[in-house]
Design a protein around this ligand. Structure first.
Ligand code: PMP
Length: 391
């Protein structure tokens, strides 16, 4: 009997090493990694510059405490500020922890405005994490079931419904913030259009609400811009990052600008391991490689090649509802639940995931080449065809 707690429906495969966009299991079988740990391995596996940065830092100091100055944190904060145009960064270790900080900031902002019990507007099908507050912000009843009572203070609207948000603002004066993903990841790769993003920014300005963008899955260049909100030319007051920020080393960040700047002061918030030197060194190497190797530009062209290739290969196939996404965040929606495809793809040496039951999700490393895109399409399209034809 295993002593490991059974919290994941895992596939029975263990990887021993990786090289670029390929992973290898114990038997030496290779897998094309089109998931990169759900947008974790920004630079793919065993990236030389990343390995060097981590090993170099490990030989100096892993971590002491946030009670002392950590120059690497300052440097990484500068890189995030430069890429985003935002002001201040708080470092933690994960996406949910970054979102917890964002939720606390929203409440502080509400109290500053004189709201006794500040509320945050959140979206249907959103995913913000599994700690109690982020689980409560998450828009999936199945994920929440069994954990009641949930944390109070969230009001839910359909995704991309600016009129619903406006209406709440008209009669509810206790709103402090709106929190959303610009592209919903777990919710099925749903893209917020640019008009909606701009309307939301304008409404938040008008009402004095914080606009909080969860970029944990769609950030760090994946969609063809550093951050998802940059497609619409808006800037949030709060942004959260994690997953791909240090290309596989655990780190999270809560980034502020505008009205959210300066809300936290000494003693308000903290995290023992948040922004430790090892993770920051990996984060800096990730930023360097994204810039040096032009990986954002690559995400645009290779993402387009994958979508176009799939659209051609699946043209006229009954049961394919939509092929969507931005850059290297791609969803193929089918007309029926397709969970079995994850296992079947792995058997055939391809790693992907199924989200929202009917959406095949691809989140390859930003280092994916046009040739990798072709390999992916030639493996995946027949699998989808076969599944739709025979189940
Ligand atoms: N926000 C989003 C958009 C996510 O996709 C996830 C993880 N799937 C999280 C937050 C939670 O991140 P973590 O698992 O690092 O807590």
């Amino acid at each position: 009997m295993s002593h490991l707690m059974n919290t994941y429906a895992r596939l029975p495969v263990a990887f021993t090493h990786g090289e670029g966009v390929w992973l290898y299991d114990e038997a030496g079988k290779r897998y094309l990694d089109a998931l990169s740990g759900i947008a974790v391995n920004t630079l793919g596996h065993n990236h030389p510059a990343l390995v060097k940065a981590i090993a170099g830092q490990a030989a100096r100091v892993l971590h002491t405490s946030n009670l002392y100055a950590i120059p690497l944190q300052e440097q990484l904060a500068d890189r995030i500020a430069e890429a985003s145009g935002m002001d201040e960064v708080f470092f933690c270790n994960s996406g949910c922890e970054a979102n917890e900080a964002a939720i606390k900031l929203a409440r502080m902002h509400g109290h500053q405005k004189g709201i006794e019990l500040p509320h945050i507007i959140v979206m249907e099908n959103a995913f913000h994490g599994r700690t109690l507050a982020t689980l409560s912000a998450t828009g999936n009843r199945k994920t929440q079931a069994g954990f009641e009572p949930l944390v109070q203070g969230f009001i839910r609207v359909p995704y991309r419904d600016i009129e619903a948000i406006r209406k709440i603002g008209e009669h509810n004066h206790g709103i402090a913030a709106v929190m959303l993903e610009m592209i919903q990841g777990e919710g099925g790769v749903n893209v917020a259009d640019e008009a909606f993003q701009r309307d939301l920014r304008a409404l938040c300005d008008e009402k004095g609400w914080l606009m909080i963008c969860d970029e944990v899955q769609c950030g760090m260049g994946r969609t063809g811009k550093w951050f998802g909100w940059q497609h619409a030319g808006v800037m949030p007051d709060v942004m959260t990052l994690a997953k791909g920020l240090a290309s596989g080393v655990p780190i999270g960040a809560c980034v502020t600008a505008g009205k959210a700047k300066g809300l936290f002061g000494p003693g308000n918030h903290g995290s023992t391991f948040g922004g430790n030197p090892l993770a920051c060194a990996a984060g800096l190497a990730t930023f360097d490689a994204i810039v040096d190797d032009k990986l954002i530009e690559n995400a645009v062209t290779v993402g387009e090649a994958i979508r176009k290739g799939l659209a051609e290969a699946l043209d006229g196939v009954a049961g394919v509802v939509d092929i969507r996404g931005r850059g290297l965040m791609i969803g193929i929606e089918l007309d029926r639940p397709c969970g079995v495809l994850m296992e079947r793809a792995a058997e055939q040496g391809l790693l992907l995931s199924i989200t929202s039951e009917r959406v095949v999700r691809l989140l390859p490393a930003l280092t994916f080449t046009p040739a990798d895109a072709q390999t992916l399409v030639s493996m995946l399209a027949p699998m989808i065809r076969d599944f739709l034809a025979r189940g």
